[in-house]
Design a protein around this ligand. Structure first.
Ligand SMILES: [Zn+2]
Length: 251
């Protein structure tokens, strides 16, 4: 069987047998795959660093029906600082969990993989003014790429372009002041939250990282978007509560 060479990010790891791991890898060429990495839980394993969570590596593996079998892995980027900071780690873990929930096996998305690598790099190396804003922008761009871009330009119920002060999960977008009581629950969003929503959708990540956003706004938008994503893809992220618990809005 021919070996496959493919770059990818380890998004989940599970202990398997005595010294092995089952890795879930979001790869460039094959999308989300699962591979068995033999002996990598031994301290002396040469593949220890390249097969751990958050590692972006070039993998060489034998393809299999359910699991590939890792033959070789060369580390490209470890995002090492994520391991020394529980807040950053919780944030990054949430993003990996989103990817794991959002994609089926062999569903590939090199654009989102690249975006995720940028976000992890910015967060790991303290390059952004607000890490929480990066999470919001990633949530928005991910769900839009998946085909659930929320409607933000006008009210989803009456098409008004003014007083767009609410966001409704079940209407897939914003709702105006006049319509907010005409259906199910809608989140209140302030003017600055609305502007940030538009930024998340339209600006590249490298611009988002240089902007000042209010932490409280960002936390609320993270909540709305996590709820929205859960509703769209039909799976809720178990890592979100840990991410939230590690954020201190006073910082
Ligand atoms: Zn309306």
């Amino acid at each position: 069987m021919a070996l496959i060479k493919n770059k990818g990010l380890v998004i989940k790891e599970q202990a398997f047998k005595e010294q092995d791991k089952i890795l879930t890898i979001f790869t460039q060429d094959e999308g989300k795959i699962q591979c068995i990495a033999r002996g990598v839980r031994r301290q002396k394993s040469g593949l220890l660093a390249s097969t751990q969570i958050f590692a972006y590596s070039e993998f060489v593996y034998y393809p299999g029906k359910s699991f590939g079998m890792i033959n070789q892995a060369n580390l490209i980027e470890s995002f090492y600082p994520l391991r020394n900071d529980l807040t950053k780690m919780a944030l990054a873990s949430y993003l990996l969990d989103l990817i794991n929930n959002a994609y089926d096996f062999y569903q590939k998305d090199p654009v989102i993989l690249k975006l995720l690598l940028y976000v992890l790099y910015y967060v790991a190396n303290g390059k952004a003014k607000s890490d929480v804003a990066l999470v919001g922008a990633f949530q928005m761009k991910l769900i839009s790429v998946l085909g659930y871009r929320p409607r933000l330009e006008n009210c989803t119920r009456c098409e008004s372009q003014t007083d767009l002060n609410y966001f409704s999960i079940e209407d897939y977008g914003v709702v105006c002041k006049n319509c907010c009581n005409t259906g199910g629950y809608a989140y209140k969003i302030t003017e600055s939250m609305y502007k940030a929503f538009i930024d998340f959708l339209k600006l590249p990540m490298k611009e988002i990282k240089n902007r000042d956003y209010k932490v409280e706004d960002m936390m609320k938008l993270n909540d709305i978007l996590d709820h929205y994503i859960g509703n769209c893809i039909g799976k809720t992220s178990k890592a979100y509560a840990f991410y939230k618990s590690m954020q201190n809005p006073l910082i």
